[in-house]
Design a protein around this ligand. Structure first.
Ligand SMILES: *Cc1c(COP(=O)(O)O)cnc(C)c1O
Length: 388
């Protein structure tokens, strides 16, 4: 066999393996991101783009405008900026770029993502006060109000849907306290934006952070920030990092109409545009919220019928994003075995993250429909009958 024939054969073997094993979705992701995307979103990535070509920059500008339109009725007050990296990079770019050297931030923490913001603030040498709550508890408005009397505090940050448990934090009430004390209001709405209706102007949010691979149902690769224009305009020269300088990134996108400072995740951006179109086709955030709610209710009721217990009680608000369940009280239960069995049936679930509880999580977001939840419940019931 000559070398060319051999190479061709190897190539076609590689291709057939890729097609057999990698291009088809082998399971539905019931995780809080990356999540299952539509075939059309994935297909939108099959072309290369020149980052400084006008056509690409127009696409970026349209995305920025669509994000603002999704965020509020008062679109003229807000502006959007995209940032390379996963969602945490976008969070870190906000913390590192908007708080002045003499600023101080209050971070409300009732889960892993609140804790991550505290860690970021410390790394960035930002003075931080932390209000710490159990993961299954809502923050206390009274305590927040008290702490906000500290005149040195300039900024407040909180997670909206704390994906650790699926709890929805009361950002409306917290925001009212933040604003009546004259502080800047930062919300990590990573896992809720696009899936839970909200209006930034009504909530008086100054900086909201989310990412491509959560409720907009794009693929991973960048995060974004929707900011009050008059606030981001003040942030020049505050950044503690070049790559994560939110102001500079925004200013470049504004000035050069859709240009990124450094290599942009072009394929991911194009897929995100497709995902935004599909959100619109579905009926916008209200329709998506309804689908997620239906998924969540079906899941919660079905699991309770199978004797699984919820970790969150009804003193807190359960989001339609992700639900946490306790391990069943059965010595034979092994999460790893349960996980593997469900994966073999075509579903990937998520381990728990609550510090002192044995639990697991099931997400409802992404290209997931109530009929998928029905199928999942059948698989779980069969597993329980056979193995427990
Ligand atoms: C997903 C998520 C993030 C970001 O996580 P990455 O892994 O960096 O994408 C931040 N906050 C919340 C609440 C999230 O759900």
């Amino acid at each position: 066999m000559n070398i060319q024939t051999e190479l061709n054969r190897e190539q076609s073997e590689v291709e057939s393996q890729v097609i057999d094993h990698d291009l088809e979705n082998r399971y539905l992701l019931l995780t809080p991101g990356p999540l299952s995307t539509s075939n059309t979103v994935r297909k939108a990535m099959q072309r290369d783009w020149c980052t400084w070509d006008k056509e690409y920059n127009v696409l970026v500008q349209e995305i920025r405008q669509k994000l603002v339109n999704l965020s509020t009725k008062n679109t003229e007050l807000y502006t959007a900026v995209l940032m390379q990296g996963s969602g945490s990079f976008a969070v870190e770019s906000v913390l590192g770029s908007v708080i002045p050297r003499d600023g101080k931030i209050l971070i409300i923490n009732n889960g892993a993502y609140g804790a991550r913001m505290v860690q970021m603030a410390k790394y960035l040498n930002i003075e931080v006060v932390e209000l710490n709550y159990a993961e299954t508890q809502s923050p206390s408005l009274k305590e927040i109000e008290q702490v906000l009397q500290d005149q040195k505090i300039t900024h407040v940050a909180c997670v909206h849907c704390e994906t650790t448990t699926g709890i929805l934090n009361p950002i409306k009430q917290i925001g009212q306290l933040v604003k009546s004390s004259g502080k800047i209001w930062i919300v990590d709405a990573m896992s809720s934006f696009g899936g839970v209706p909200l209006d930034l102007a009504d909530l008086e949010i100054d900086f909201l952070i989310s990412s491509a691979n959560k409720c907009i149902q794009g693929v991973p690769g960048f995060g974004f920030v929707v900011a009050k224009r008059e606030q981001i305009e003040k942030c020049q020269g505050r950044a503690r990092s070049v790559s994560l300088d939110l102001y500079d990134q925004w200013n470049t996108m504004e000035k050069y109409e859709g240009k990124w400072r450094f290599t942009s995740p072009t394929h991911v951006v194009r897929a995100f545009y497709q995902a935004l179109l599909e959100l619109d086709i579905e009926g916008g955030v209200a329709a998506r919220f309804k689908r997620y709610q239906e998924n969540q209710r079906k899941l919660e009721q079905g699991m309770q019928k199978l004797a699984f217990k919820l970790v969150l009680d009804n003193t807190v608000e359960q989001s339609p994003i992700i639900t946490t369940f306790l391990y069943p009280e059965n010595e034979k239960f092994s999460f790893q075995a349960f996980y593997e069995a469900l994966k073999a049936s075509g579903f990937v679930i998520y381990p728990g993250k609550v510090s002192d509880l044995n639990c697991f999580r099931i997400g409802n977001i992404g290209e997931v429909y109530p009929s998928d939840i029905d199928r999942l419940l059948v698989a779980i019931e069969q597993y329980c009958q056979k193995e427990l």
